[in-house]
Design a protein around this ligand. Structure first.
Ligand SMILES: *[C@@H]1O[C@H](CO)[C@@H](O)[C@H](O)[C@H]1NC(C)=O
Length: 161
């Protein structure tokens, strides 16, 4: 069998796998979220990554290992962070802070050097209202009351034994 025939098939399969790489990330308003993007290690000086929102809005540019925020969309000003110390691990994740409803949508991490586009679908939800806190603690108080109640209910029996 001619093994060369299989090479294009493998390449197409790999491309198909990469194209389909999409992740979903959830966050809460006023919270923060990590938008993941991984690629096996490339030399830090050569790291060039374009983070985009809805295909064309500039979220973050890393050019030859340096941040370049000159064309960053105003929507993301002062709300992004990258982690150069993670690049050696092939981790090009982006931190987005002070989340807003309007941040929901698709983000892409494009690595031109290897022509890889990784997509992350972000969904930002309204932060649960504070009443959830007291509610859950009152539930644990109820739980404690129940244990106390059972204890009181059962303890007279103990005396009669
Ligand atoms: C990538 O780096 C970020 C920031 O340090 C970290 O939160 C995240 O867990 C890392 N991802 C992986 C898969 O290691």
């Amino acid at each position: 069998m001619d093994r060369r025939c299989w090479l294009p098939v493998c390449v197409i399969l790999l491309m198909a796998l990469q194209d389909s790489s999409q992740e979903r990330v959830e966050g809460f308003t006023r919270g923060k979220v990590i938008l993941p993007c991984r690629y096996n290690a490339m030399p830090a000086k050569e790291v060039t990554i374009f983070w985009r929102y809805k295909d064309d809005r500039n979220v973050y540019n890393i050019v030859s290992g340096k941040s370049d925020l000159t064309d960053q969309d105003r929507q993301f000003r002062d709300r992004t962070r990258i982690f150069p110390e993670e690049w050696a691990n092939g981790n090009f994740s982006l931190l987005l802070t002070d989340l807003k409803d309007s941040d929901s949508g698709s983000y892409s991490c494009f690595i031109p050097r290897v022509n890889i586009l990784h997509q992350v679908e972000l969904s930002v939800q309204e932060k649960p209202t504070p009443e959830v806190g007291p509610k859950s603690s009152s539930m644990s108080i109820k739980g404690q009351n129940l244990i106390l109640f059972l204890f009181l209910l059962l303890s007279p029996d103990l005396h009669f034994l």
